[in-house]
Design a protein around this ligand. Structure first.
Ligand code: SAM
Ligand code: SF4
Ligand code: SF4
Length: 387
């Protein structure tokens, strides 16, 4: 479980054109105040380490950040931060060291590749990107190597840009970066779709290109591919939430805590600017419906990757309607097929081609109907043990 603390809600110092939080900003749902005691009380209630998130968390006064992190360090021995990296100062670096803060930075590439993470004008945007790039260097030099999130879109991952994207990753590898999380673009409106979304063919080509170069960018690991290979072998223990059957009204994997300590869901389920009240009990209707609904009607019926993919993140569902499967189904199908073939060539067992697949699916479906969501690992073990 990730606990995302958003003291200033979705307030941000830049204006990423694609940000999935923009509908909330457009609806005027931006917080300006927070209460640290209420936030701490809510974190204590969950009892697990937290990540300071946003919007942009480094808009918080640095003394308040110190108060939160020193409390987090005393309680959990570590802290986390997810930032656009444009506001990092020497004082922040000191706090990162003192309070064991793991830093995650979002950047979509060098220079112009990062332009969609817009700062108002082209000059300001390039200056902001230069600050983020410098911050990555300083963090690496200080032994605080950050993890990166890179979102793929028309500005950094069309065929003509892939060699340059790869060169950038190679440079990051030389700096010592070890973890890069790739995101496909979550599309919130038709304008963003037309301007920035890659076609399914382009997305697939970009991912396969990167998959073919994983050995050239070591020690960087692309967690997306590692997840998919393990899923195909019936193991989701380390997999990201997007593969685990997420209820959009409770989002077990992401627990949000907003400025007054109120609990919220993962912001990716938030559509049309509406922050739905958090449910107190998870339901798995989406997964039951997807299993039984033909693909022509937005479902996943008959897909041999269903136990692994489950229609993927509800935040990327077709038409922004969580009842549908992800709009990136064709991309994920191609990527699953690619690694399925690779594993089979290496004589490895794959769930998608095994006799156990239907039984694993039945185990999951039966559990969802009873309001439970066992892991793929548990379901696979249960089926294997019963044979
Ligand atoms: C909403 S930001 C908040 C934290 C911080 N401001 C940052 O930039 O890391 C969290 C992450 O979501 C990613 N993100 C935002 N909108 C997205 C979208 N539409 N599709 C995919 N990823 C998105 C950002 O790039 C960032 O990595
Ligand atoms: S909505 Fe998507 S990103 Fe958010 S917790 Fe659920 S699966 Fe994960
Ligand atoms: S690959 Fe497509 S059809 Fe198969 S489970 Fe995923 S979203 Fe559904």
């Amino acid at each position: 479980m990730t606990v995302e603390v958003r003291p200033l809600g979705v307030k941000c110092n830049i204006q990423c054109q694609y940000c999935y939080q923009n509908p909330q900003r457009d609806a005027g749902a931006v917080l300006h105040r927070y209460d640290l005691d209420m936030i701490k009380k809510a974190i204590a209630g969950l009892g697990v380490p937290f990540s300071v998130f946003g919007g942009e968390p480094l808009l918080m006064p640095v003394d308040d950040l110190e108060a939160l992190w020193s409390w987090g360090f005393d309680r959990f021995g570590r802290n986390s931060l997810q930032t656009n990296g444009t506001l990092i100062t020497n004082r922040h670096l000191d706090l990162f060291k003192r309070y064991n803060v793991r830093v995650g930075i979002s950047i979509d590439g060098p220079g112009a590749f990062n332009d969609i993470r817009w700062a108002g004008t082209e000059r300001l945007t390039r200056a902001a990107t230069a600050k983020t790039e410098a911050a990555i260097g300083r963090l690496c030099d200080s032994g605080l190597t950050p993890g990166l999130i890179v979102t793929l879109h028309r500005n950094n991952a069309t065929a003509d840009k892939m060699d340059a994207l790869l060169d950038w990753l190679k440079k990051l590898a030389l700096l010592g970066i070890r973890s890069v999380r790739l995101h496909l673009l979550e599309v919130e409106d038709s304008e963003i779709r037309d301007r920035y979304r890659l076609t399914d063919t382009e997305n697939t080509a970009a991912l396969l290109f990167l998959a073919s170069h994983v050995n050239d960018i070591r020690p960087i690991r692309l967690s997306m591919f590692e997840d998919i290979k393990r899923l195909l072998q019936g193991n989701d223990q380390k997999a990201s939430c997007v593969w685990k059957g997420c209820d959009p009204y409770t989002t077990r994997a992401v627990q949000g805590i907003d400025g007054n300590g109120q609990r919220s869901n993962c912001g990716r389920t938030n559509k049309d600017g509406i922050d739905f009240v958090k449910g107190d009990q998870a339901g798995y209707e989406r997964y039951l419906a997807l299993y039984h609904t033909p693909r022509a009607f937005g479902g996943c019926s008959g897909c041999r990757f269903f136990a692994m993919c489950k229609g993927q993140c509800p935040g990327t569902a077709i038409d922004g309607d969580w009842r549908n499967r992800t709009e990136y189904c064709d991309v994920w199908t191609s990527i699953f097929e690619h690694f399925e073939a690779e594993l089979q060539r290496a004589n490895r067992w794959v769930l998608s081609r095994s006799e156990q697949r239907l039984k694993v699916e039945a185990t999951l479906v039966d559990a969802w109907a009873r309001g439970r969501n066992p892991s793929l690992t548990e379901a696979t073990r249960e089926v294997t043990a019963s044979q």
